[in-house]
Design a protein around this ligand. Structure first.
Ligand code: SAM
Length: 246
């Protein structure tokens, strides 16, 4: 019986992979990886390992979640080191929790190796600290794309508008019109700054900066598209302070 390691690959820059994760990739027997894992990180994998792409992106599922879990169980029954490699951090909107529960239910030993989540790293590379004593003392990570069958029906965007000074939205680009409407209903002004970042921490990183009131027009004018992280709140002003100095 082997062991499954749920490893966070970080947001894209291979330098942000943890030493522990790197070591596991180098000696893995099998690696099952997701779509957003960068090619440079895939090159860290033991050349003799079996590599399986379980990549899933909206509308393009290469492996169903149940099949991925079953595959992990089968591989752990015949190999020593099975790495489940996920973009960012496995426990932040990465289904790492679900996979760990199911593996443990099947009596497969599992270990989590956290990664740097895109919601922290992408803003950092765009010179946006998520907290700052003058701009924000709270931050919320939230998904803009909720799974069916969740224990609660929906994110309470109107409450979030009041409850958090910085809001980081994963998978939120497609629902942005609704999210902006709800945040505005909850009291967030349409002048509130917003930044969208795609390919965060990679050489292709792109960002679009605006306000809640004009970001949808900016998206339409620029063809900016998902996947991307959205950062909402006054901390986005710090981008303007720092980016022209670099
Ligand atoms: C299924 S979630 C996985 C999140 C991942 N577990 C993490 O911790 O970053 C995928 C979403 O993460 C965000 N994302 C992941 N990598 C990104 C990157 N390099 N730049 C910007 N957003 C990213 C996007 O919002 C994307 O739709």
């Amino acid at each position: 019986m082997g062991k499954v390691y749920l490893v966070g690959a970080g947001p894209g820059d291979p330098g942000l992979m943890t030493i522990k994760g790197h070591g596991l990739l180098a000696c893995a027997d099998v690696v099952i990886y997701d779509a957003l894992v960068s090619p440079e990180i895939l090159q860290m994998i033991n050349p003799k390992a079996e590599k399986i792409n379980a990549g899933k992106r909206m509308g393009r599922h290469s492996l169903l979640q149940e099949d991925t879990t079953q595959l992990l169980i089968q591989k752990a029954q015949i190999h020593h080191i099975v790495v489940r490699l996920k973009g960012g951090d496995p426990f932040i909107f990465g289904r790492g929790g679900e996979e760990m529960i199911e593996l443990m239910a099947a009596n497969i030993p599992v270990e989590i190796v956290p990664g740097i989540t895109s919601g922290i790293a992408a803003p950092a590379y765009a010179y946006i600290p998520l907290t700052h004593r003058l701009y924000s003392s709270s931050v919320t990570f939230v998904t803009g794309h909720e799974a069916a069958g969740k224990y609660k029906p929906a994110v309470k965007w109107t409450a979030l508008a009041q409850g958090s000074e910085t809001i980081i939205i994963y998978m939120g680009i497609h629902n942005l019109p609704y999210i902006i409407e709800q945040l505005n209903l909850g009291g967030l002004s349409l002048q509130t700054p917003i930044a969208l970042i795609r390919w965060g921490t990679t050489p292709q990183q792109e960002q679009l900066i605006g306000e809640l009131g004009n970001i949808l027009d900016k998206i339409a004018a620029s063809n900016f598209s998902a996947p991307a992280i959205a950062i909402i709140g006054n901390v986005v002003h710090i981008h303007q302070l720092l980016s022209h100095k670099t």
